[in-house]
Design a protein around this ligand. Structure first.
Ligand code: FES
Length: 768
């Protein structure tokens, strides 16, 4: 069936009318193929849908000529999508000629602007007639998997469960609550500083999730494998042998009393002992005993005393397979391995901050005379040192809280704090803890260079920033250790992109996407995404749950999706590697899962056999636009084409217009997907079709919406510049710029510079 295109021209309240002769425009576009009608209106954004419907009857595609769909404050692409849905038109079947921001506002000469406007409408029309219907994503399973049963994971599962989502929560320990259970006093950070006990907070949270009818809690379990399958996640979970049946166990302790085997209690950071059959701590939820397999001799004594027949020493591992539509990674943090800092002599009486929590929880047998804290241990390191260079954010706050607990338990204990240039109690309540501690504590700017043990005491050598050394005698040294990412294996299984510290990257723009990863429907909550206090982790759990609930409502059809021509695919796997969204799997050939594809086009430009294309952004659509882009420009004028990335750079182009920056009239713009959606062959073909200069602009460093598309383009342009020199084409005809939204002046300058350069170079003469 032939396309039927309706063109709606908006005067934008007369602003376009002032600069563009709409009668001429109308006359010049009325004979375009497949156009069923053209209507000029004053304020499209203010019209009722019923009016718009009456103007565009008898069409299946709409060309809007008016303001920018990227930057308009009242008629942007989200609004256009809703309008099209109301009108019953496929959301792929529209294009916009951005006559306001990038024509009327950018040029003062009415003739020139009118000529350019005609070209712009023709470009939009050339693309629109080749558009294909949006791709319907597969059915998303309305079930969520939460990996990690700490505060963030529990909250995610509970909130999603409360919203009617079927949730499975997998936790590696026998109990819920993660590290929060080990911390007796949890500080709260709004308003005045206060503390809650984990003995209160964690059971409340854990009970809420364990008795939630929509949540299945699998403790003592591990996620073994995750595969993407038809838009969903197929997951294999290993439930380790459950020697004590939680349905029967009544926590009477008889088994533990009789058990002859004693081991170190990991929950207490090994400062106390437990039996091979025991509870990790008395408030552990689920309320059941467990057996440490490696410590159990299977003597059977416990079987004889268990009043409910809850113990099965022959229990086996269970494998559970299920499919989920969304996953939340809430695996918390690991502590930096303090034994790597040999000068600190980590071991007896030199303890971690977490170990100090357990000491505070159990109480000191003898009050220590002097306790020294060292902040930032393994954090904020200089190059070449052991540790991580970031601030672990929570440690200063935890230390001042511990000092508050310690001095209230043992007022006679002397406390010193060795800090690294500054103290980072980053929040107003924590700052108050710090202020309160100032009268009680000796704060020393410096770092510990050496620790020796001597007759039960520690000799600690501290070096000041000036190089002066001071020796301190202490009973306990508490090292506020760095937080590092946990569960690297899980991050790998999920295929998440990570930062240099191995924390999963959040989707760009991060400000708008807390907890969202680069892979659709995988969320990262709590300390799994970077150091956080318990309160922040819970807040992130709530956010992740909201996102899950929204995401599981199902995906809308997508305008831009990669497709593979299997005849051309060589299964080289390059596309699988470059895809930042984990949407491509290559076995015999590349297969794109449309539910994960975000239509960035990185795979398209990376494919060496041109087997991949984007729906509604095919090479031939770009070339069709190029063919008509300069129809109203005189033959001797150099042709400049700016290929501006969908997000930052195109918006900068709009802001240039908004600020009335006057640009050369020989400039035409195409809003591309990620800057890296443009391949080298396409660039050369654009030159061959008569364009004299091409400017490609993408998001600034670290801001590409598809992780590294901007860097890939920068590299590609560098290589092409070298190639161009070799074939006698001036490299100044192809430019790359990092252009963020506010960089409209830089963009304008770059275009003007290119215009000047091209006028010197002249037009490219050879075609064919
Ligand atoms: Fe802008 Fe990748 S999205 S360069």
């Amino acid at each position: 069936m032939q396309p039927r295109i309706s063109i709606l021209i908006c005067t934008c309240g007369g602003q376009i009318l002032e600069k563009i002769d709409l009668n001429v425009l109308h006359e010049k576009i009325k004979d375009l193929d497949h156009v069923t009608g053209i209507k000029t209106v004053d304020n499209l954004c203010k019209l009722e849908t019923s009016d718009i419907r009456s103007y565009i009857s008898d069409c299946d595609r709409v060309l809007f000529a008016g303001c920018s769909e990227r930057s308009s404050l009242s008629f942007n692409e989200d609004r256009i999508h809703s309008l099209l849905e109301e009108l019953g038109i496929d959301i792929s079947m529209y294009e916009v000629a951005n006559l306001r921001e990038q024509c009327a506002w950018a040029h003062s000469d009415k003739n020139g602007a009118t000529g350019k406007a005609i070209d712009m409408v023709r470009m939009a029309h050339a693309k629109l007639k080749l558009n294909t219907p949006a791709v319907k994503p597969p059915e998303i399973v309305k079930k969520a998997l939460v990996i990690g049963g700490g505060p963030a994971g529990i909250q995610t599962a509970m909130e999603a469960g409360n919203s009617g989502i079927d949730v499975t929560l997998v936790e590696k320990n026998h109990y819920l609550g993660g590290h929060a259970c080990q911390i007796p006093f949890l500080f709260q950070c709004e308003g005045w500083p206060s503390m809650c006990t984990s003995e209160c907070i964690v059971p409340v949270q854990a009970r809420n999730v364990i008795f939630n009818p929509n949540v299945t809690v699998l403790t003592n379990s591990l996620v073994q494998d995750i595969k993407k399958e038809n838009g969903n996640f197929k997951v294999t979970i290993q439930k380790r042998a459950e020697f004590v049946n939680p349905e029967r166990c009544v926590s009477c302790n008889k088994c533990s009393d009789i058990c002859p085997e004693e081991v170190e209690r990991e929950f207490d950071c090994n400062i106390s002992k437990r039996k091979a059959i025991d509870k990790d701590f008395y408030l552990a939820i689920p309320d059941t005993y467990n057996i440490i397999e490696e410590a159990c001799t299977k003597c059977g004594e416990c079987l004889n005393v268990c009043p409910t027949d809850a113990i099965d020493l022959d229990a086996k591992v269970e494998i559970i397979e299920d499919t989920f539509g969304a996953i939340a990674l809430a695996t918390g943090f690991d502590s930096f391995d303090l034994s790597r800092l040999q000068e600190l002599n980590y071991g007896e009486n030199v303890i971690s901050s977490l170990e100090m929590e357990r000491l505070i929880a159990r109480g000191f047998r003898d009050a220590p005379e002097h306790v020294v804290f060292q902040l930032c241990t393994g954090s904020r390191i200089e190059e070449g040192e052991e540790g991580v260079s970031y601030c672990s954010k929570t440690c200063c706050g935890v230390a001042v809280k511990q000092i508050e607990r310690l001095t209230s338990m043992s007022p006679e204990t002397e406390v010193s704090v060795v800090y690294n240039n500054d103290i980072r109690t980053y929040e107003r309540a924590l700052e108050q803890f710090y202020n309160d501690s100032k009268d009680l504590v000796d704060f020393i700017n410096g770092r510990i260079m050496n620790v020796e043990r001597n007759n039960g005491k520690l000799n600690i050598t501290v070096e000041s920033p000036d190089g002066d050394e001071e020796d301190i005698e202490a009973d306990i040294l508490v090292l506020s250790e760095a937080q590092i990412p946990a569960a690297s294996d899980m991050i790998e299984k999920l295929g998440l992109r990570t930062d240099i510290y191995n924390y999963p990257l959040e989707g760009q723009p991060r400000i708008l996407k807390p907890t969202e990863s680069y892979i659709d429907r995988i969320y990262v909550a709590g300390a799994a995404g970077g150091p956080k206090i318990v309160q922040e982790s819970i807040e992130q759990g709530i956010t992740a749950a909201m996102r899950i609930v929204q995401a599981l409502k199902g995906k809308k059809p997508q305008k831009f999706v990669s497709t593979v021509d299997s005849e051309l695919c060589s299964a080289c796997k390059i596309c699988e590697k470059v895809c930042p969204h984990g949407a491509i799997q290559v076995d015999e050939e590349a297969v794109v899962d449309s539910a994960f594809c975000q239509g960035c086009g990185l795979c398209v430009s990376a494919c060496p056999t041109h087997a991949l294309q984007l729906t509604n952004f095919q090479d031939r659509q770009v070339l069709e636009q190029v063919e008509v882009a300069f129809g109203n420009l005189s033959e001797d004028e150099p042709r400049i084409l700016a290929l501006l990335c969908y997000w930052c750079s195109y918006a900068a182009g709009d802001l240039a217009g908004y600020n009335r920056l006057q640009l050369p009239e020989n400039l035409r713009t195409i809003r591309i997907r990620c800057s890296s959606s443009i391949n080298s062959g396409l660039i050369m073909e654009i030159f061959r079709r008569g364009v004299d200069g091409i400017l490609i602009a993408g998001c600034p460093p670290k801001n590409c919406h598809h992780v590294s598309g901007n860097y890939m383009t920068a590299k590609r342009v560098r290589l092409m510049n070298m190639l161009m020199s070799q074939i006698g084409l001036s490299p100044s005809r192809l430019k790359w710029e990092y252009i963020g939204v506010p960089m409209w002046k830089t963009l304008g300058k770059s275009i003007k510079d290119m215009d000047k350069a091209l006028r010197k170079l002249g037009r490219i003469k050879v075609r064919g």
